[in-house]
Write a protein that binds this ligand. Structure first.
Ligand SMILES: [Fe+2]
Ligand SMILES: [Fe+2]
Length: 399
């Protein structure tokens, strides 16, 4: 079936340019072009679309407002912002209702890849088994409160590092936990971090935000799932995986944003385990027994017993919370990076390696040479097999 795509831009020249350059795609895309948010909503009422690609700055209704309405009324549509370079990154990021952000001028291939990736992730999230398990969950967890307050502050035009730090500092318990975490040896901070604002300066707001999110979620689940899974150990594994993921992304010279996103995906990569253990305690006990009996990997046991994995359900939750697609992808495919549509060594590949490295370094510090469970074909395709010893030595020197 052809993907039906709606383009929205108030500048006629840009619309014409898009129309012209995308004409060869008529075989795979059914494209409609409109010049305002109002016109977009009008046509959406009459016809079903799979994807909306909107400009950010438009008079009357801007791209953010438009996508928010689309999210509310047609939640299954893929939403992409195509925005001018002059728009500040922060403004773009504040549009949480977009799945992806692309900047103008945008190469045709970049646009095609973005649409394909978003659609394939969407298809995965609509998988029957996953939907079945989700329908067995009474209420999906909502975004924790402090995290939401930080997000709200970030959306305000006066958002500042100090302001964000202050909001976190008001929560004494959270401040203590964040500082304990960032000052632990494996974060490798250049100096002692004394306040949340300092943590924001050193680690970046996105990473600190994720630490808050993970601390809140993991402590909420702690009591209820402790008898089934070792929550503290899982948490430590996640944070360390995040730190390793960032190191690998840095060694591979990924952008600053990609490094941060690798860390965020690492910190959240096994969140789905809590969700499964909490909602299906009997089944999850069976998963744990299955692992003990067969020595298989966790995701294999989950697929066997529950029909879905923690990676899929975790990714589903993060996409529901509006985290960017590359982070969601990193979580969903961390055991099967080759299944991801992205062709390069993207976040899912980074998390795949970081997850295994953390595990083996913990079980056998300094004593492993190969990584059982590593997708060697994927690594070979990326031409990265030779890099593993270097990543390993780097990780060992900081742990
Ligand atoms: Fe995992
Ligand atoms: Fe893991």
């Amino acid at each position: 079936m052809k993907q039906r795509i709606l383009f929205v831009d108030d500048e006629p020249n840009i619309l014409k340019g898009l129309q012209r350059s995308l004409r060869p795609l008529r075989k795979i895309w059914d494209m409609t072009f409109v010049d305002s948010g109002e016109a977009a909503l009008d046509i959406l009422e009459k016809k079903e679309f799979h994807v909306i690609i909107s400009d950010m700055r438009m008079p009357e209704m801007d791209g953010g407002q438009l996508l928010r309405q689309v999210q509310e009324r047609w939640p299954t549509m893929v939403r992409i912002i195509l925005s001018g370079h002059s728009d500040q990154e922060l403004i773009m990021k504040s549009v949480k209702s977009a799945h992806q952000y692309l900047s103008k001028p945008c190469e045709k291939q970049t646009l095609i890849n973005a649409v394909n990736r978003a659609c394939s992730l969407k298809a995965l999230m609509n998988k029957k088994n996953l939907q079945l398990v989700i329908s067995g969950i009474d209420t999906m967890p909502i975004l924790p409160s402090l995290y939401s307050r930080v997000m709200k502050e970030l959306r305000s035009p006066e958002a500042s590092t100090a302001g964000i730090g202050e909001i976190i500092a008001q929560d004494v318990g959270m401040t203590a936990k964040v500082l304990q975490l960032v000052n632990s040896s494996f974060f490798g901070m250049p100096r002692h971090v004394a306040s949340p604002s300092e943590a924001v300066v050193l680690l970046g707001i996105d990473v600190v935000k994720t630490l808050i999110l993970s601390i809140e979620v993991f402590s909420e689940y702690r009591e209820r799932t402790l008898s089934i899974i070792p929550v503290s150990k899982v948490y430590e594994h996640c944070v360390r995986t995040g730190v390793i993921a960032k190191q690998i992304a840095r060694m591979e010279k990924k952008s600053k944003e990609a490094q941060d996103n690798a860390m965020i995906a690492g910190i959240l990569h096994d969140l789905g385990r809590l969700l499964l253990a909490e909602n299906f305690p009997e089944d999850y006990k069976a998963v744990m027994d299955h692992i003990k009996r067969t020595q298989c990997q966790i995701h294999e046991a989950e697929a066997e017993v529950l029909g879905v994995t923690h990676a899929e359900i975790g990714g589903y939750l993060l996409s529901l919370w509006g985290l960017p697609d590359d982070i969601v992808e990193g979580v969903v495919y961390h055991h099967h990076p080759a299944a991801c549509i992205a062709e390069d060594f993207s976040i899912c590949g980074v998390i795949h390696v970081a997850n295994l490295m953390e595990r083996h370094e913990r079980i056998q510090p300094g004593g492993w040479e190969t990584l059982p469970g590593l997708d060697n074909r994927y690594m070979a395709k990326q031409g990265l097999v030779d890099r593993i010893p270097m990543w390993r030595d780097r990780v060992r020197s900081t742990m």
